[in-house]
Ligand binder design. Structure first.
Ligand SMILES: [Fe+2]
Length: 386
């Protein structure tokens, strides 16, 4: 946790869970025996102790202790997060509604209206769970193609119209099957790109099927080949070297502070790549030496925060992922509100300063396996003269 919003969210979650538990016990006392209420109290205490341990230590540490598979860890983590955030949001909505109803209909004795007010409160409590259900079962797998023109000053004539297909943040795991990834790859091949780009986070945890992911990515077809960079999840899972080796065998070139000049006619597209750049660290150390004068220079960096540094170093285009477009994104007063906005100014789409950057929403999910207002995408970047 590193920003005040995280601490505020934690306090709100703690308080709402406390109130919810108290109300649950109060309702139980009215209906059930003393023994049943004691049992419920013990179950609630055990549940919250487990939650606190999982969140403070990290669910992966708890799962590693008991040698549990990655899928268990991911599903347990998702259920816990869905409950905590869903019940917190639902309870806050319910409280707001109750406050409003008391002010407006303070002395209304109409039993039908009272029933309607209660039913509305119940529906509001359930609403966040319904939304997560929609994001999990509908929007999460609604892959789409996003075609974007990338304006680049002084673009060599032979590179105008060049098509780069980007697949990112696949997170092949309990929440994305190989079959779904195969659909994505078929779709990307249908775009007939000149170069295929993969910008990291192939998996979520060490136990995820990295080999299957690499095999699917190796099916990408592009005359300039498949060029990739590492994401933070390859780094966390300590699988960067393995992915690089296996990828090379399958024809995927992971660029780890390396560059590949690709010639198209008389123009050169110089694609460089770096490993995951930790937020707040000294970005792109020594990466300017990969810039090729006279070429169109493209940088693959999982983390989009490097963009201003990349532009200063001479890169014409930075291609990134990492944010998932917020994964859950809601428009309020013409502003997209999503969790990623608290961590980076580069959440989704095309950014232009001295140079250009494209940040894709990517394919998969982390944490809560839902996408709301941020559907998964395959990006097709078309180069054109600025
Ligand atoms: Fe990711």
């Amino acid at each position: 946790m590193h920003n005040p919003f995280d601490y505020l969210a934690l306090v709100i979650i703690f308080l709402t869970q406390w109130c919810l538990s108290r109300q649950l016990l109060k309702a139980a006392r009215r209906r059930y025996s003393r023994r049943a209420v004691s049992l419920l109290r013990a179950a609630l205490a055990a549940f919250y102790i487990l939650m606190a341990a999982a969140f403070s230590l990290g669910i992966s540490v708890v799962a590693d202790q008991f040698n549990l598979p990655a899928a268990f860890e991911q599903i347990a983590g998702a259920v816990a997060q869905i409950w905590l955030f869903g019940s917190t949001a639902g309870y806050l909505l319910y409280l707001g509604w109750r406050l409003l109803a008391r002010r407006v209909w303070r002395s209304d004795p109409d039993p039908a209206r009272r029933h309607l007010i209660r039913a509305t409160g119940g529906a509001l409590m359930a609403a966040p769970f319904a939304l997560v259900g929609y994001g999990t079962f509908v929007e999460r797998l609604r892959f789409r193609v996003r075609e974007v023109d990338i304006p680049i000053p002084h673009l060599p004539g032979d590179l105008v119209g060049l098509r780069l297909a980007q697949v990112s943040d696949i997170h092949l795991s309990a929440f994305l099957s190989e079959k779904d990834l195969a659909r994505v790859i078929d779709c990307a091949n249908g775009l007939r790109p000149h170069v295929a780009l993969v910008t990291g986070d192939l998996i979520t945890d060490a136990g995820d099927p990295l080999d299957a992911c690499l095999q699917q990515l190796a099916r990408l077809r592009a005359e300039g080949g498949i060029l990739a960079c590492m994401g933070n999840h390859e780094y966390y899972a300590r699988l960067e070297d393995y992915a690089e080796r296996q990828g090379a065998r399958l024809g995927i070139r992971f660029l780890r502070r390396q560059a590949v000049p690709l010639r198209f006619g008389r123009g050169v597209l110089n694609v460089a790549g770096v490993d995951y750049q930790r937020s707040g660290s000294h970005y792109l150390h020594d990466a300017e030496r990969l810039v090729l004068p006279g070429a169109c220079n493209v940088l693959l960096s999982h983390n989009p925060d490097v963009f201003p540094v990349a532009a200063r170093q001479g890169y014409d285009l930075t291609v990134s992922g990492h944010t998932h477009g917020g994964q859950v994104s809601v428009e309020i007063l013409h502003q997209q509100v999503n969790p990623a906005r608290f961590t980076t100014p580069y959440v989704y789409g095309l950014y232009r300063e001295k140079a250009a950057a494209y940040v894709t929403r990517g394919i998969g999910t982390i944490g809560i396996p839902a996408r709301i207002g941020a559907p998964p995408e395959i990006a097709l970047l078309r180069l054109r003269k600025a």
